[in-house]
Design a protein around this ligand. Structure first.
Ligand code: M6R
Length: 325
């Protein structure tokens, strides 16, 4: 809970650091010339890679391939070349799966960059260049503040590469603070619907797809409730058949995706599911969802950063409510 509440402060630290960093420009110049750009990590760090790929593609017009570290070896190692760039993402900088992927990358001669929290870790020693996450110690095993700073670092790079002035980022720390204040009381009202659940889904689309996966991971990790994250449009291709009375499904909706998400909501509520939608206030969502968790207005750019906060808090609250220390 302490680290969830530190997120706004460490995001300000990161933005401040990035503004004065000498490493950002050479990294961006190299990425721009790369044949392929790979974003590689595990677990939560991989989910940040997914969000980064959405930002690079949609803001900077730079396709990026997000990939889980062990699969990077199996799928891409034989095809890598010195023309490629990999950004290897890790809180600890010591995850063996990531270090193994770097070993394979090194053999190909590709450029290796790191995005890492622990300075002095192996990842900082073996990367050509690295950017720090500037989060301070993350003591909690469930990653929270390092995830939001990983996503913000990718957003910063994508905005620069897309020649979009990153000045709008200055309001992000305050927005994260407002999000915490706004969602905390809403979560306390909703937790009762989940305490007895054994199974649920988190569904997102576009930039909230990685958030559905990350929210599901946090829920599983600390509440021991099985929760699967998925692209919302995939739900009808099979999993829909598992839905029955009261089945909890959390949707995360961007302002541009409202019609798509509402159609997904209706598909599950007509089978009796409880559809909880995390979104900015919206009349259409409010009248179709069973419950809504309202975010402060922020627009789609910041949505991956704000929308993970209620899922982190829900994980914490449910864990406490279920009696886990
Ligand atoms: O230190 P890393 O970021 O490389 O760790 C990778 C994963 O083990 C990690 O992100 C894990 O999924 C989270 N701690 C889960 O909350």
């Amino acid at each position: 809970l302490k680290e969830i509440h530190e997120q706004a402060a460490v995001s300000a630290e990161l933005l401040h650091w990035l503004e004065s960093a000498q490493t950002v420009t050479p990294i961006l110049e190299r990425i721009q010339k790369a044949r392929h750009l790979y974003l590689v990590g595990c677990g939560t760090s991989y989910h940040a890679c997914l969000a980064g790929a959405v930002y690079f593609g949609s803001i900077a017009g730079r396709p990026a391939v997000p990939v889980l570290a062990p699969q990077f070896i199996a799928q891409y190692a034989p095809a890598l070349s010195p023309k490629d760039v990999g950004i290897f993402v890790s809180q600890s900088g010591e995850t063996k799966d990531v270090l193994n992927a770097i070993e394979a990358a090194r053999r190909s001669g590709m450029t290796i960059y790191g995005l890492v929290n622990v300075i002095g870790s192996t990842l900082t020693q073996i990367s050509e260049r690295w950017l720090p996450l500037v989060c301070g110690y993350e003591i909690s095993v469930p990653a929270t503040k390092t995830f939001t700073n990983q996503v913000i670092a990718f957003l910063y790079l994508a905005l620069h590469m897309g020649n979009v002035p990153p000045s709008s980022l200055a309001r992000l720390p305050e927005l994260m603070e407002q999000t915490l204040e706004k969602v905390e009381p809403q979560i306390s009202l909703l937790e009762q619907y989940f305490t007895e659940s054994r199974d649920m889904y988190g569904l997102g689309y576009g930039s909230t797809y990685p958030i559905a996966l990350e929210g599901a991971l946090k829920l599983k990790e600390v509440t021991y409730i099985h929760c699967e994250g998925m692209l919302s449009t995939e739900f009808k291709h099979g999993p829909l058949s598992a839905v029955d009375e009261g089945y909890p499904i959390i949707f995360i909706a961007g302002p541009e995706d409202v019609p798509l998400i509402v159609s997904g909501v209706n598909e599950v509520t007509c089978r009796g599911a409880r559809a909880i939608v995390i979104a900015e206030e919206n009349r259409q969502i409010r009248s179709n969802a069973t419950n809504m968790i309202t975010l402060p207005p922020a627009g789609s750019l910041f949505l991956p950063v704000t929308s993970i906060i209620p899922l982190q808090l829900l994980s914490y609250r449910l864990s406490v409510a279920r009696g886990y220390d």
